[in-house]
Write a protein that binds this ligand. Structure first.
Ligand code: HEM
Length: 675
């Protein structure tokens, strides 16, 4: 039985918080699909409802008026209260809901953050939210019941709908708001009687009725409302683009930063004889893609032709919505830092074996050497087999397929040349190797790999992960060696070309490795303060994946520009890495940006791992592996850049890497390597 005090404790949640909890859909890690404007109206309605329950405002049939302007101390409520207090004319609720709806997105953000802070929700990388596992009722309501807080809110509301109980005004308001979002049909099987009951409850809440009216009016004319507001997307002059000072060095993010400065956050580039390409660039559009993109943008379309090359359909990067969330959750452990941390001995062994072959005076071509060094470690860890003899062919095939089907800068026949046909067959060689060693007897006692996880997902749900997707999923695992390898080339370049930092990284490396091999937890922020900030800065200055591609599935307005349904957008998420507003003196390599209080990487301008639901799943794995590799090279060797007058240039397609001319000269071996 719930006591009055316990009810009061529960009501420490505000109406916007309860509404968000009611709308949460654990299957896709976000909300039940609510058409955008309805959600905005309902959220603002929840704020107005809360203000009226706190006796700050009141409503009658003609108007919504101020009762008490005293601040509530709640950042989701006070800006709205202030705006109402400052309005000289009398206005009705409908007017206020429409006027305040643009605040809804920041109210949702704040409310989600607060629910995470209260440990009611858990936030996952990729902007997914689920109920926190420990958000049990007891914690919030004196331990009187099993079940989650959300279950409690939902049960309370269900009882009021089905049991003829008279809801209190707060719950009547909540029911009206959920109904305005048209979400009850996802929760219950509605019949006429329930619908009548919901309508009856709505009638008892005056505010709820007005919200419903605002929503209904909007549904009648959504297109008119949108186009009346929007600005024309500016076209970039091709001359300006070609003569940009960063074109010669191939610094793509810096080019887009310049374009964003000149043309604003949304601009179009029209290549000759092709459709205009729409770009988003800057911290504001990054924030929008990260938080709102899922409602409007889809990954499936741009990836379809590419995955088809491997016979696949619906692999992780190309899924959207609930299926995507489910697959990400199923694979999260395989890409986690914890998985790598438990196998560091293998990594140390592999790194030592690789480095033991280096001789003083030798030169190594940067990207080739780095990709191979990383792949020697990643391939056994991810797929349980060695692939050093075929990785070059696998990568060449994948890069060609990317240029043909994603970047669309090469014609289709370029993927059918004799050498490409030969390489396509090597994907099958890899698959046979993996299958040969993945029998239960051979895997017994071995730590789980990504291949184990993928094969067992396929075995348990062959519809969800069909055999036809394994060719892509298993071979693409090695593509992480390319990204990580190229990030490693940049990191080595940055370290070797800045002797002061090289020395500090060596000090951290020696402190860690002189005492014997460190464990995963030894790589903590105290032990690797410089190395950690150094790597954050490397990924800012030298991001490997400078932009992402999506298709607009619902017409939307971004920073005042309308993106019609079907538009292909290029999200230049790393343009902001070179914008003063996000990173002062952006061309200066400065690891102090990431110290308190500057923390420049905490803003939406820092996006080396992408944005939103597809944010890199391996970022924490890659952070640890990159750290280990950099520290071990620093521990054993003094390298030099070769040629000594080398000036960094980028080879930007299909992803960013240093130009081929960059070599590392083995200048000195600092200690013996015991393999
Ligand atoms: C410096 C190295 C890396 C960078 C810069 C990077 C960057 C990215 C970016 C920008 C995306 C999003 C692409 C998009 O939105 O279309 C992504 C996705 C992904 N990355 Fe990484 N990545 C790196 C290394 C890795 C590594 C080492 C792994 C594996 C351990 C990995 C696993 C993944 C996965 C599985 C996805 C797909 C996530 C999804 O679609 O939900 N990445 N990465």
């Amino acid at each position: 039985m719930i006591t009055a005090t316990q009810e009061t404790t529960l009501h420490t949640l505000t109406l916007p918080e309860e509404l968000i909890l009611m709308l949460l859909n654990e299957e896709n890690g976000y909300f039940h699909q609510v058409p955008g404007w309805d959600l905005n109206c309902a959220i603002v309605g929840a704020v107005l409802g809360e203000l009226s329950l706190l006796s700050r405002i009141d409503t009658d049939l003609e108007s919504l008026f101020l009762v008490d302007p005293t601040e509530t101390g709640d950042p989701t409520l006070d800006p709205i209260l202030k705006e109402i207090a400052e309005e000289p004319n009398k206005r009705d609720t409908l007017y206020w809901i429409e006027r305040l709806a643009p605040h809804a997105e920041s109210i949702i953000d704040l409310t989600l953050d607060r629910l995470v802070e209260m440990k009611i929700l858990e936030q996952h990388a990729g902007e997914f939210w689920t109920l926190a596992r420990n958000a049990r009722m007891g914690k919030f309501a004196g331990g009187f019941s099993e079940g989650t807080l959300v279950e409690f809110v939902k049960t309370r509301i269900t009882k009021e709908i089905f049991d003829d109980e008279i809801p209190d005004p707060r719950d009547a308001m909540l029911i009206s708001l959920v109904d305005a979002c048209d979400v009850f049909r996802f929760m219950f099987q509605l019949n006429e009687e329930t619908e009548r009951r919901i309508q009856f409850i709505r009638q008892t809440a005056l505010l709820g009725r007005t919200i419903a009216a605002a929503v209904a009016e909007n549904i009648a004319s959504p297109l008119l409302r949108r186009s009346a507001l929007t600005k024309k997307i500016p076209n970039v002059s091709l001359r300006k683009l070609l003569f940009n000072k960063h074109v010669r060095s191939g610094n793509i993010p810096a080019i887009f930063a310049d374009l964003a400065k000149e043309y604003g956050p949304v601009f179009a580039i029209k290549p000759p004889l092709a459709k205009p390409m729409i770009f988003l660039a800057g911290p504001e559009t990054n924030h929008w893609v990260h938080r709102r993109g899922r409602m409007y943008l889809r990954a499936k379309d741009y990836f379809a032709d590419f995955e088809k090359v491997y016979g696949a359909n619906g692999v992780l990067p190309s899924l959207d919505g609930a299926d995507h969330f489910r697959l990400r959750k199923s694979l999260a452990a395989a890409y986690s830092r914890g998985r790598l941390s438990g196998q560091l001995d293998e990594v140390y062994g592999s790194v030592r074996e690789f480095l033991a072959s280096w001789k003083v005076g030798e030169k190594h071509q940067a990207t080739y050497m780095c990709r191979r060094m990383i792949n020697a470690q990643l391939s056994p860890l991810f797929i349980g087999v060695d692939s050093q003899d075929i990785i070059d062919d696998l990568v060449k095939y994948k890069e060609r397929a990317l240029m043909v089907h994603i970047m669309k800068i090469l014609p289709k026949f370029m993927l059918k040349t004799p050498s490409m046909r030969r390489r396509a067959k090597i994907v099958d060689t890899l698959l046979h190797r993996i299958q040969n060693v993945h029998t239960p007897a051979q895997r017994a006692g071995k730590p789980r790999s990504l291949a184990d996880d993928l094969l067992s997902l396929h075995a348990s749900d062959p519809q969800f992960v069909p055999e036809s997707n394994l060719r892509f999923a298993l071979s693409a695992a090695l593509i992480a060696s390319v990204y990580l390898g190229d990030a490693f080339s940049f990191a080595l370049y940055a370290m070797v070309s800045q002797p002061e930092l090289y020395e500090k990284i060596q000090q951290e490396a020696d402190a860690l490795f002189d005492k014997g091999d460190p464990e995963g937890r030894d790589f903590n922020l105290e032990a690797i303060d410089v190395t950690h900030r150094f790597l954050i800065e490397c990924l800012r200055m030298y991001p490997i994946v400078p932009m992402s591609i999506r298709n607009v599935m619902n017409t939307c307005v971004v920073e005042g520009y309308e993106l019609p349904v079907g538009t292909r957008v290029f999200i230049a998420q790393t343009a902001s890495h070179f914008l003063e507003e996000s990173f002062p003196e952006p061309f200066k390599f400065d690891i102090d940006r990431y110290k308190e209080p500057r923390n420049e990487h905490h803003g939406p301008g820092y996006a080396p791992y992408g944005l939103g639901t597809h944010t890199c799943l391996g970022s924490r794995w890659m952070d640890l592996q990159l750290t280990v590799n950099l520290l071990m090279v620093a521990h054993y060797f003094n390298l030099k850049i070769s040629p000594s007058n080398y000036k960094l240039k980028f080879n930007a397609l299909p992803s960013m890497k240093p130009s081929k001319k960059l070599n590392f000269l083995v200048a000195e071996q600092r200690r013996e390597i015991n393999v």
